[in-house]
Write a protein that binds this ligand. Structure first.
Ligand code: PMP
Length: 391
């Protein structure tokens, strides 16, 4: 019996990619100490450097002192601390939304929202490159599903045309695609959603805090806040905390609160996180300089990589891949970069399509121009050594 179990486990192990956890012993936003080595951090989603902001840390500590280390129950039981009410009020004002709801994470938000909104009798249309949490939400919903080619509105329209006009339809997209750093065609999606009477949901995980006059996200940047039915976003990236949100009409939020299993059956967020979220929503609206610095850095970094001869795909944002193709070479490049003092991760299938393995750089406003130049020199050196760019 023991041998049988061991052989089953061995077979499973053979199929699994070998990923190793690395030990992070300190991080100040720009620099990280990982496995004992100090590196420039070009791999975190701390886009505005807020994860290390003293004001967030102080607000988190204060909330923990007042309310305790844990929330002790789910929100619908006795875990709905007044911190939630305050943070959701701030969220509503920030996003100019009728209603807002905070969740434990972006992953569980997408799972819950999608599986609550659609079921067996409905149809969902999802961009090929949407995040795994959207894909898993769709699987859980059991709805009829169609994946349209990445950012291909003609393909989406051809699928919408074939769909029964009597069925409920959901179109769902990332606003910034997490592994490519390109942007969804939100205006075109709004046109199609209206033409085919579909619901439109946008995941602003990578754009919250960064786009829009006060960092509201890409939907606001394009002035589409009254056209997009469901805006979801996270506090775990530019806002430097943890957790996620959804904004929309009151009926939608009431419905989600009463039906989302990933909301109902889980303990509420720890008070410290909520204290930090409230502070972060306040800061992110005011400190435009962080957004501007990130834009300047992103532009510069993309341009320089392209001048060197790297393939950065269609990135137009602070997420910048170097697309390499081969899994082995990608892993090798990330290891060499780490040896040179740059934290950069290899992204391989199934996270990205076969043959498009890449290094994913993500920038932060807490980096300096000198640090970017330092990194670019090393990236160029490794690229030349590996024959990825001309000498
Ligand atoms: N949506 C997108 C587009 C993401 O990239 C991520 C996380 N990388 C999530 C949702 C999940 O968010 P969280 O990490 O807060 O669970």
């Amino acid at each position: 019996m023991k041998n049988h179990i061991q052989s089953v486990l061995h077979q499973l192990e053979q199929k699994t990619q070998k990923r190793m956890l690395k030990n992070v012993s300190s991080s100040d936003g720009a620099w990280i100490v990982m496995n004992g080595r100090k590196m420039l951090n070009l791999a975190s989603n701390n886009y505005l450097g807020l994860a290390n902001d003293e004001r967030l840390i102080k607000a988190g500590c204060q909330a923990m002192r007042t309310y305790g280390a844990g929330a002790t129950a789910s929100r619908l039981i006795v875990g709905n601390y007044e911190l939630y009410t305050r943070a959701e009020e701030a969220l509503k004002k920030w996003k100019k939304a009728e209603a807002a709801l905070i969740f434990n994470s972006g992953y569980t938000a997408n799972l819950g929202i999608i599986a609550s909104l659609i079921g067996r009798d409905d149809i969902v249309f999802s961009d090929w490159l949407n995040h795994a949490s959207i894909i898993d939400g769709i699987r859980l919903s059991k709805a009829e599903r169609y994946r349209y080619r990445h950012n291909d509105l003609d393909h989406l329209e051809s699928l919408l045309k074939q769909a029964s006009p009597h069925k409920r339809k959901l179109i769902v997209t990332d606003s910034i695609f997490s592994m490519d750093g390109d942007i969804a065609q939100l205006e075109g999606l709004v046109t199609l959603k209206k033409r085919y009477n579909a619901i439109l949901m946008v995941d602003e995980a990578h754009s919250s805090g960064i786009y829009g006059k006060r960092g509201e996200g890409l939907v606001h940047h394009f002035h589409l806040q009254d056209e997009v039915d469901i805006q979801m976003g996270t506090f775990s990236k530019a806002l430097g905390c943890f957790g996620a949100y959804v904004t929309g009409e009151q009926w939608l939020i009431d419905y989600l609160m009463n039906t989302m299993r990933s909301f109902i059956f889980t303990t509420a967020l720890p008070p410290a996180v909520l204290g930090a979220i409230e502070k972060s929503i306040e800061i992110v609206q005011q400190e435009h300089a962080r957004r501007q610095t990130l834009q300047v850095h992103s532009h510069y970094f993309r341009d320089e990589l392209q001048k060197l001869g790297f393939d950065i795909g269609k990135s137009t944002t602070h997420i910048v891949p170097i697309i390499i193709g081969s899994n082995e070479q990608t892993v090798q490049m990330s290891e060499r970069l780490q040896e040179h003092g740059i934290a950069a991760v290899a992204i391989r299938p199934p996270t990205v399509p076969e043959g498009t393995s890449r290094i994913r750089f993500s920038l932060s406003s807490s980096l300096t121009k000198e640090e970017l130049d330092w990194a670019l020199e090393r990236i160029a050196e490794v690229g030349r050594e590996m024959g990825l760019i001309a000498s």
